[in-house]
Design a protein around this ligand. Structure first.
Ligand SMILES: [Zn+2]
Ligand SMILES: [Zn+2]
Length: 343
């Protein structure tokens, strides 16, 4: 089978590899029907994920059909259509039991697929701890509707959940990339009074305006003033920082009203400054990122009910043999791309 492989820093290539087989009784083999490219794949390509192992197949966003299961797998069976979770987790340790699956203490836990072990930009993938890592896709939900469930949409759902959004709130979301928009969709479920999205790219602001006309839009330059003008108590009640750019962390806490919750989902290239003297008396609560992707079943139900729809985000389709081109478009943000589907 063909597998898009991390060769070395700066180089991925489509190689021929043997089809994976069951190793542990808790494994499943999934035939990948659709996968996507995530910014984290680019981080691997650029050598900024030290634990990524050269030679692995990349890709950790995928859906498919269960081909084969080990003797310990009872959650799914061959023939089931499934989403694959970006996180591998045991479901039994202290952290898993409390819903903090990102901190699973199992040696195989955490982000393994497409990083430490072979991932999904290929034809078949071995999914370890499949009872936790696979969720059945409801019959009325298409592969494309479910494509983002295991990663970016899980992140958006989790971010919206931990931010404790109420119907009284003015919320500010910084960043309207794929994760930012998924966060927006999940925040909308909480029906806050007002949603402001701050995004530097005009193309992405247009995208948000076109698909979610009720959202107020601003730019990083005008954000502080804009939020002040559109909030009652000197800033946003809830801020979700999903951009991870140079100044967006500062922007996040500066735009928050006193006693606000600031959720930081963004992954930064550089350490950020938390200038406590400047924010003294502002009494902010910070919550910081690393998705706990344990709500996939609920997310799939919401998709089935038509309450979350990420299909507008999938702006481009390519076949696996065209994956180089898909990366070129995604990496350079060409042609209005938000997410690509590899079919
Ligand atoms: Zn990802
Ligand atoms: Zn665990």
């Amino acid at each position: 089978m063909k597998a898009y492989t991390y060769i070395e820093k700066g180089k991925f290539a489509l190689l021929e590899k043997p089809k994976p087989t069951i190793i542990e009784p808790t494994d499943a083999i999934v035939r990948v029907t659709m996968s996507s490219i995530c910014t984290s794949d680019l981080h691997i390509k650029h050598g900024s994920v030290p634990r990524a192992v050269p030679g692995i197949t990349v890709g950790h966003e995928m859906v498919g059909v269960v081909e084969e299961v080990g003797s310990g797998v009872n959650n799914v069976k061959p023939g089931d259509r499934v989403t694959v979770n970006v996180e591998t987790f045991c479901g039994e340790c202290f952290f898993c039991k409390n819903g903090y699956v990102n901190n699973c203490t199992d040696p195989n836990g955490g982000w393994a697929l497409g990083c430490r072990i072979d991932g999904g930009q290929t034809e078949y993938v071995r999914v370890p701890l499949a009872n936790q890592g696979l969720n059945r896709i409801p019959d009325s939900v298409t592969d494309e509707q479910a494509l983002l469930v295991g990663d970016v949409l899980a992140t958006g759902f989790w971010a919206a959940r931990i931010t404790e959004i109420t119907e009284e709130d003015t919320i500010l979301i910084i960043g309207a990339g794929p994760t930012g928009i998924c966060t927006l969709l999940c925040a909308m479920l909480k029906q806050p009074k007002r949603i402001i999205v701050c995004e530097k790219s005009e193309e992405r602001r247009r995208f948000v305006q076109m698909h979610y006309p009720e959202v107020l839009l601003t730019t990083p330059e005008e954000c502080k003033e804009f939020v002040l003008k559109h909030s009652e108590y000197g800033g946003a009640d809830r801020v979700l920082e999903v951009a991870g750019a140079d100044d967006t962390f500062r922007l996040a806490w500066e735009c928050a009203r006193p006693n606000a919750i600031v959720t930081v989902v963004a992954l930064y290239d550089q350490p950020q400054v938390l200038p406590l003297p400047d924010m003294y008396g502002k009494n902010l609560t910070f919550k910081t990122g690393g998705v706990d992707g344990c709500d996939c079943e609920e997310v799939l139900r919401l998709i089935e009910q038509g309450r979350i729809d990420t299909t507008p985000l999938i702006t481009h389709h390519f076949s696996l043999s065209e994956i180089e081109e898909a990366y070129r478009i995604f990496e350079n943000k060409l042609d209005g791309v938000i997410k690509v589907a590899i079919v």
